[in-house]
Design a protein around this ligand. Sequence first.
Ligand code: GLN
Length: 304
Amino acid sequence: MRDLQVILDDIHQQLQPFLGEGKVANYIPQLGDVSPKKFGIAIRASDGKMFSTGDAQEAFSIQSISKLFTLTLALQAHGDRLWHRVGRESSGNPFNSLVQLEKEDGVPRNPFINAGALIVTDALYQTDKNAKDVVLDLVRRLGRSSTAAFDVEVAQSERTHGYRNLAMANFMKSFGTIHSDVDPIVDAYFHHCSIAMSCEELATACSFLAAEGLDTEGNRVLSASQTKKVNALMLTCGTYDAAGEFAYRVGLPCKSGVGGGIVASMPGEFSLCVWAPGLDSNGNSLLGLKALELLTTETGISIF
Ligand code: GLN
């Protein structure tokens, strides 16, 4: 295999003509201010080497990538009991859809759509009233970052305009599947989504997914079995109704966010993060998907 750094630089070069493609999310107005031409990618190999190119050190809004870390903490706290409250099946619907909740008694299909993450946040809140900060603490520790932080303007912007998430949380409360008050749950959720950090930090923070649950310092984050299962959920549900397309074109467990970031893991080998703010119609980074497809095609690496 060619040197990973050479491959990343080559991918960056190949994507130059397409920078700016896609639609930057603006349903959260504050997110719409980001330059659509940003592009960064970072790979952290299991031996600790970091390869990166482009804007890989610039902080961006992690949005739904935070759902991975909320789930990790809730699994630490509740183990398999969490699955009494949220499913593990692809939704085949947009990440912010309400339709299945009506028919399925307020139980979300999986932890990686908005409804599921709200339930997971509620589970976390039940064991720790500081559910907001524990997620930030975790990503700082795992990502070896002293600068990852809530972007309070983004959180406030979503709080003001997040009608759908508020509707969803209230809807689930009406079924009794959200146990606490709705307010602190959506507040924690919006803050988790607003966390700003870089591709290099996120690639580092996700390294436990490629290391049977051990972080970069050898501390256990999840058991090997739980880690395998989180990777499985990323593959089947991490990119919403495009999970099939990602499995087909990329072949790695991935989790995306509307800030334009996508994290992925190749168990035993590396974890990575790519960032390009322009989204496709599913809310996944358009060039992020292209970059990952090029990476796994050029290296021949995939979980399959
Ligand atoms: N904060 C965003 C929302 O709830 C996150 C969505 C996403 O990244 N897919 O709508």
